[in-house]
Design a protein around this ligand. Structure first.
Ligand code: IPM
Ligand code: MG
Length: 388
């Protein structure tokens, strides 16, 4: 399958002109499957934001994922690494292939193992923000009953992203009894835990001053250490109300009473699983953007996969990619008002009854529009909001 470069071609026709404007360099990794289509919409938004702010975005397209592998033999090629190293932030589309197609790539070069995890490691992006945001305009997408959704759901999962089982020591072979075995190690040191918790406390401080600490200390020693460090960090944040919840109980309460959560913090693997459950609450992972924050560099990406089954048809909703742009504007470029405007503009498009075919739920009263039309409508709505 040849990689689709439509988003990349789109950005190449665009050059910033005014050299005196403050400029942010963004590595633009369109990725695989629906990646290029939704990335093109992100570019539209950035171009619009430029027209009314004293800022320029210097977009540097680069290959990443399976598209990169087929062209260069690497999922995260040297040239892309260099582009990302030089960028102020990275905006990344989804990566990956269908189960069958992935078999064409050696296991260690598959986009997740050969691209995504090395990127997380390289930039040490230890704090992953995954907002589960279901305002009224999106409520009909959720499988939850209206009385459970209440006035809306709005919490953020902070997932530690570069430790634990994902990056622990691994070993496999044949044991003394001739059986195949594998070891994967859940490793954390106190510094890794502390910095993730700090981020969660800081966020709780800015929001409702409530933090749910998700752990499994009745079984895992890693959770015992996690909770010890939490008690130390907590002394710097006396006004935050901390609640402890076991990860299995958290899974239950995410269904039964999601409105009880505001900020949740957890280790890597728990966060992988519960954030997908967050996508289930929203009705689609297509409604979950994310930010992966490191000490020097951050990257922003939709939480979902590359949806190869619907790629190239113009029916994928770009919300998670545009939400990732909103998070980048706020967290990397301090453009909080434009970020808020972007969230609001996206809700306005849904409130007006528009949706893309991949998300359509309500039936005839929904007006189905393409990926590109959705992006256009978001720009239109943005234009209605007062500039910052
Ligand atoms: C995610 C994804 C990744 C993960 C995969 C693609 C490696 O599921 O970002 O949640 O497991 O972290
Ligand atoms: Mg996941």
């Amino acid at each position: 399958m040849p990689p689709d470069h439509s988003a990349i071609a789109f950005t190449e026709s665009y050059k910033s002109t005014d050299n005196n404007m403050p400029t942010h360099t963004i590595a633009l990794l369109a990725g695989d499957g629906i990646g290029p289509e939704i990335t093109a919409e992100a570019v539209k938004i950035l171009q619009f934001v430029e027209t009314r702010n004293d800022v320029r975005f210097d977009l540097k397209p680069a290959l990443f994922g399976a598209a990169a592998y087929f062209e260069t033999g690497k999922s995260f090629p040297e040239e892309t690494i260099a582009t990302c190293d030089k960028a102020d932030a990275i905006l990344k589309g989804p990566i990956g292939l269908s189960h069958e197609e992935s078999k064409k790539i050696p296991v260690d070069e598959q986009p997740e193992r050969g691209g995504l995890l090395p990127m997380r490691k390289r930039y040490d992006t230890y704090a992953n923000f995954r907002p589960v945001y279901l305002p009224r305009a999106l409520a009909h997408f959720s499988p939850l009953r209206p009385e459970i959704i209440g006035d809306g759901i709005d919490f953020i999962i902070i997932r530690e992203l570069v430790g634990g089982l994902y990056f622990g020591r691994k070993d496999s072979g044949i044991d003394d009894a001739g059986r195949r075995y594998v070891h994967e190690t859940l490793e954390y040191n106190e510094d890794q835990i502390r910095r993730a918790l700090e981020i969660a406390f800081q966020l709780a401080q800015k929001r409702k001053k409530r933090l749910h600490n998700v752990h499994k200390s009745n079984v895992l020693k890693s959770s015992v250490l996690w909770n010890e460090v939490l008690e130390e960090v907590r002394s710097d944040y006396p006004e935050i109300a901390v609640e402890h919840i076991l990860v299995d109980a958290a899974a239950t309460y995410l269904c039964l009473e999601p409105t009880r959560f505001d900020v949740m913090v957890m280790e890597n693997m728990f966060g992988d699983i519960l954030s997908d459950q967050g996508g289930g609450i929203l009705g689609s992972l297509g409604l979950m953007p994310s930010a992966c924050i490191g000490p020097e560099k951050s990257y922003y990406e939709p939480s979902h996969g590359s949806a190869p089954d619907i790629a190239g048809q113009g029916i994928a909703n770009p919300y998670s990619m545009l939400g990732s742009v909103a998070m980048m504007l706020e967290m990397s470029f301090d453009m909080e008002q434009e970020a808020r405007n972007l969230w609001q503009a996206m809700q306005a498009v849904f409130s007006a009854g528009f949706t893309t075919p991949d998300l359509a739920r309500r039936g005839d009263d929904e007006k189905k529009i393409s990926t590109a039309e959705f992006g256009d409508k978001v720009v239109e709505e943005l234009g209605r909001l007062p500039p910052p």
